[in-house]
Design a protein around this ligand. Structure first.
Ligand code: PLP
Length: 367
């Protein structure tokens, strides 16, 4: 019936600038130092790898579509009601499912200016309008977010702590944000980096999910649990929202190897503690080294840092990125996040951080 000569995607789709992931290869370098995607420094738990391998001969079987074992394990570990956990193929999938279920054409989706890019991308993909709200000191601004709420607002996404800035909102600030939202607006707290945070006034969102009907917390296995390649995330929801997500998700949206490795990873508390201790040691070490080079740094509570480079073209973010890249060190450019003067660097192994710190010292002195 249409007049177009070819299929036309739905409104909003062609406004999407495709997500560009961090680089993983450099020509001529066999094993680059990969600090572009906030992956785990230490790699997966041996128990998770064993669980994954053990399933190799069973991959002709569908996974348990209800993810029962994983939801039970998460419930035990975090003191949660397993019936209100929904698993996804990465938290990316859960972001998309929330948008599909609760936003759509005409809806507005709020997120903070330097927030995770999948919020505006996902919003556009369902025909909703993403609204970027200015930050203060590279931190989400609760008053600014609340000021942008309109009758069309359906979801507020807040990454807490946030990628790529590394900053966080206290439990009190999150509670204030929630208190200011109408009851029919969904607050999605994306706590992908929650396990790294060591601040007393932080809370990943569980307490709020327990007492509110319009709050969801998202978590991932891609960061501290070191299973990014398997694609595994989870949401903790009010019962009504879990019910909605279970209606819209694919019946087998999480693969069997991911489920098995996920259970083993959750139960491997020693591997978790090692990963936490590693970050507690190297995040401050590396932050301090950058500060000594005169690179301004907003304190990060995650497994990455975001130094601000000078404007001088010999020492700016692009020059730093290329300098590192030529030495086989892959960091992340964040201009797509509205941060053209910054470079995001993941906390890798101790040896890697020493190499990167030395390279950056050379870069700042040479220029
Ligand atoms: C804030 C935030 N949310 C979600 C994700 C996506 O995680 P997943 O690998 O579970 O899709 C990331 C990944 O970098 C992230 O930084």
């Amino acid at each position: 019936m249409g007049m177009a000569r070819a299929p036309v995607p739905s409104p909003g789709i062609l406004d999407i600038a495709p997500y560009i992931g961090g680089e993983s290869q450099v020509d001529g370098i066999a094993r680059p130092i990969r600090l572009a995607s906030n992956e785990s420094a230490l790699g997966p738990s041996a128990a998770a790898v064993a669980a994954y391998r053990a399933l190799a001969g069973e991959i002709h079987r569908y996974p348990d579509g209800s993810a029962a074992a994983l939801r039970l394990a998460l419930g035990r570990q975090y003191g949660l009601d397993p019936a209100r956990i929904v698993c996804g193929s990465g938290s990316d999938e859960l972001i998309g499912l929330l948008l599909r279920a609760y936003a759509g054409p005409g809806a507005e989706v709020l997120y903070s200016r330097h927030g995770f890019l999948m919020y505006p991308i996902g919003a556009r993909s369902v025909g909703a309008t993403p609204i970027a709200v200015a930050e203060r000191d590279l931190t989400a601004d609760v008053d600014g977010l609340l000021a942008q709420v309109t009758p069309r607002t359906r979801i507020v996404f807040i990454a807490n702590p946030n990628n790529p800035t590394g900053t966080y909102l206290s439990a009190a600030e999150i509670a204030r944000l929630h208190a200011g939202l109408p009851a029919d607006v969904l607050l999605a707290i994306d706590a992908a980096y929650a396990e790294f945070v060591n601040r007393d006034n932080y809370e990943p969102g569980i307490a709020l999910v327990e007492r509110a009907e319009n709050v969801v917390m998202l978590r991932t296995f891609s960061k501290i649990y070191a299973l990014a390649g398997l694609r595994l995330g989870w949401a903790y929801c009010p019962a009504a929202i879990a019910d909605v997500l279970n209606r819209v998700r694919g019946p087998f949206n999480v693969s069997a190897p991911a489920l098995a490795a996920g259970v083993a990873a959750v139960e491997d508390v020693a591997a978790f503690a090692r990963a936490r201790a590693h970050n507690d040691r190297w995040l401050p070490w590396f932050s301090e080294r950058l500060a000594r080079l005169g690179l301004p740094l907003t304190p990060s509570v995650c497994n990455f840092v975001l130094p601000r480079f000078p404007d001088d073209p010999r020492r700016n973010a692009e020059a730093a990125f290329q300098f590192l890249r030529q030495r086989g060190i892959l960091a992340r450019k964040v201009a797509a996040y509205g941060l053209p003067h910054h470079v995001r660097i993941t906390i890798g192994t101790g040896e890697e951080m020493e190499i990167v710190a030395a390279a950056l010292a050379e870069f700042m002195e040479a220029a």
